[in-house]
Design a protein around this ligand. Structure first.
Ligand code: HMG
Length: 416
C-alpha cells in the first residue's frame, strides 16, 4: 500500500499591511497634572506619557476600527478577505459583534465571516494566532484583524493618566510585506483580578501596582515557554515590542527579560536604546488596550531610522485577568515601501488640544439608554461617524466632513 508522505513545506504567513487610527483630539498630561496637583514629571517621565487621545461623541470603537481597516485594505482585493476579527474590551453590544458594522462600512463580501473576540488587551493577539492557523489552512485567503479600544479609568484615580484611545487594523496573509511570523509562541493564563470591568461600569477597575507585578510574571512565564519551544534566547531578538499600558512599562519589561535571558549589560543597553522608536505613537495617544502592542510595532517600523530588513522582533502581548503571549517575527525585505508612516504622522500632527473642562465634559458624556431618538452633533473629521441612536440601534455613516490624511503609496504604484 502506498503511503502519502507529508512534505514539511512551511508557508510564510505574516502582516501584509498595518494601519493605525486615533481620534483628532487629546489632553496634554501636563494639563491633567496641574489639575490633579501632581508634578508633571511624574506623568511625562515617571509614567512616560505626554498626551492621551480623547474620543469625540460621534466616534467609538466601530468608527475608529473602520477608519484603520479602510487604510489597511487599500490596494487589496477584498474578495480574498475570508474573515474579519474584531478584538475589543470596549464592546458596544452584548450580542452583535462590532465586526459586523465594520464589515458593512467597508463593503466587505457577504461570505466574509465577521465576529468579535475578547480577552482584555490580549484579544488582538488571540485573533492573530487564530488568523495564522486559518491562513495556513487556506493560503489563498486573507484575514483582516481590527483591534479598537477606549481606555477609561475613574476621574482622579491613579489610572486616569494612562487612558487613551485608538485602533489598528492588519491584514494577515501568505504574501506578507511587513513581518513574517515565526511559528513558535509561548502563552500563559492565570485567573487573577488585576484589572477588570463589570458590565455595569463604563470604566475599568484596577489594582495598579498588582497589575504591574502580574504583567511581569506573565512576561517571564510566556518568555520561558517561548524559549523552550523555539530554542531562541534574548540575543536572538534584535528588537522587542511590549504591550504598552504606558510607555515606561517597556523599560521595566525589558529589564525583566534581560535578567532572565542572561543578557550582558551592553546587550541590555543597546536593546533598551532601540525601544525608543516603538514608544513614539503610544506616548502621544495613551493606552489603546487591544491595539496598543501593534501601535508600538507600527511605531517601531515607521520611526526607526535604520533598515530593519531581516531583523527579528520579539512581541509580548498582555491581557489582564490574565492571558499573555510571547511570539516573534522577522521584518520583510522592502517593508518600508508598504508602511503608512506619512499618513500616521499627518494624523497625529493635525490633532487639537483640549482644555481640562472640555476633557471632563467629554468624559462625562453618555449616550441615552432609553432608546429615544438621539442625533449626535458632527465633530469628528474621521472617515466614519456615529450619527445617532434610534430604537436602541446605533446608526453609523460615512463622514461627509472627513479629512483625508496624506495617502500612502498604493500597492500598485509601488509594485516592482
Ligand atoms: P501611581 O500610584 O500613581 O504611580 O500609579 P507611582 O507612584 O507608582 O509612580 C509611577 C512612576 O512615576 C514611578 O516610577 C515613580 O517613581 C515615578 P517607577 O518606580 O514605577 O519606575 N514618579 C516620578 N518620576 C519623575 N518625577 C516625579 C515622580 N513622581 C513619581 N515627580 C500606575 C501608576 C501605573 C499603577 C497607575 O497609573 C495605574 O493604575 N494605571 C492603570 C493600570 C496599568 O496600566 N497597569 C499596567 C499593567 S496591567 C496592563 O498592562 C493591562 C491593561 O492594559 C489592561 C488590559 O489588559 O486590558 C491595563
Amino acid at each position: 500500500m502506498l503511503r502519502r508522505r507529508r512534505k514539511d513545506v512551511r508557508v510564510m504567513i505574516g502582516i501584509e499591511s498595518l494601519a493605525f487610527y486615533t481620534p483628532e483630539q487629546y489632553l496634554d498630561l501636563k494639563t491633567l497634572a496641574a489639575e490633579r496637583n501632581v508634578p508633571a514629571d511624574k506623568y511625562v517621565h515617571g509614567i512616560g506619557q505626554e498626551r492621551m487621545a480623547v474620543l469625540p461623541p460621534d466616534e467609538d470603537i466601530v468608527t475608529m476600527g473602520a477608519a484603520a481597516a479602510r487604510h489597511a485594505v487599500e490596494g487589496i482585493d477584498i474578495s480574498t478577505i475570508d474573515t474579519l476579527m474584531f478584538a475589543t474590551e470596549s464592546g458596544i453590544d452584548q450580542s452583535k459583534a462590532a465586526a459586523i458594522y465594520v464589515h458593512q462600512l467597508l463593503g466587505l463580501p457577504a461570505n466574509c465571516r465577521s465576529f468579535e473576540i475578547k480577552q482584555a488587551c490580549c484579544g488582538s493577539t488571540a485573533a492573530l494566532q487564530m488568523a495564522l492557523a486559518l491562513v495556513a489552512q487556506n493560503p489563498a485567503k486573507r484575514v483582516l484583524i481590527v483591534a479598537s479600544d477606549e481606555a477609561r479609568y475613574g476621574l482622579n484615580t491613579p489610572g486616569e493618566p494612562t487612558q487613551g484611545a485608538g485602533a489598528i487594523a492588519m491584514v494577515i496573509s501568505t504574501t506578507p510585506r511587513l513581518i513574517v511570523f515565526d511559528p513558535e509562541s509561548g502563552s500563559y493564563t492565570e485567573d487573577v483580578m488585576d484589572f477588570w470591568r463589570p458590565n455595569y461600569l463604563d470604566e475599568a477597575l484596577v489594582d495598579g501596582k498588582f497589575s504591574i507585578q502580574v504583567y511581569m510574571k506573565a512576561l517571564e512565564e510566556s518568555w520561558n515557554e517561548y524559549q523552550r519551544v523555539s530554542g531562541r534566547g534574548y540575543q536572538d531578538c534584535d528588537y522587542f515590542c511590549f504591550h504598552l499600558p504606558f510607555t515606561k512599562m517597556a523599560g521595566k519589561a525589558n529589564r525583566v527579560l534581560a535578567r532572565i535571558g542572561g543578557a550582558s549589560r551592553t546587550d541590555e543597553d543597546s536593546i533598551l536604546a532601540s525601544h525608543v522608536d516603538s514608544l513614539h505613537y503610544n506616548r502621544l495617544t495613551g493606552n489603546s488596550y487591544t491595539a496598543s502592542l501593534y501601535v508600538g510595532l507600527s511605531s517601531l517600523l515607521e520611526n526607526s531610522p535604520g533598515n530593519l530588513t531581516g531583523r527579528r522582533i520579539g512581541l509580548f502581548s498582555y491581557g489582564s485577568g490574565c492571558m499573555a503571549s510571547f511570539f516573534s517575527g522577522v521584518v520583510c525585505e522592502d517593508y518600508q515601501r508598504y508602511l503608512q508612516g506619512d499618513r500616521h504622522h499627518a494624523m497625529l500632527e493635525r490633532r487639537h488640544e483640549l482644555t481640562y473642562e472640555q476633557y471632563k465634559a467629554l468624559y462625562c458624556h453618555r449616550l441615552p439608554t432609553d432608546g429615544s431618538e438621539y442625533v449626535i452633533e458632527r465633530t469628528s473629521s474621521g472617515p466614519f461617524r456615529l450619527a445617532g441612536i434610534r430604537d436602541h440601534k446605533r446608526i453609523y455613516e460615512s463622514n461627509p466632513a472627513a479629512v483625508e490624511h496624506v495617502s500612502a503609496p498604493s500597492r500598485h504604484e509601488v509594485a516592482v
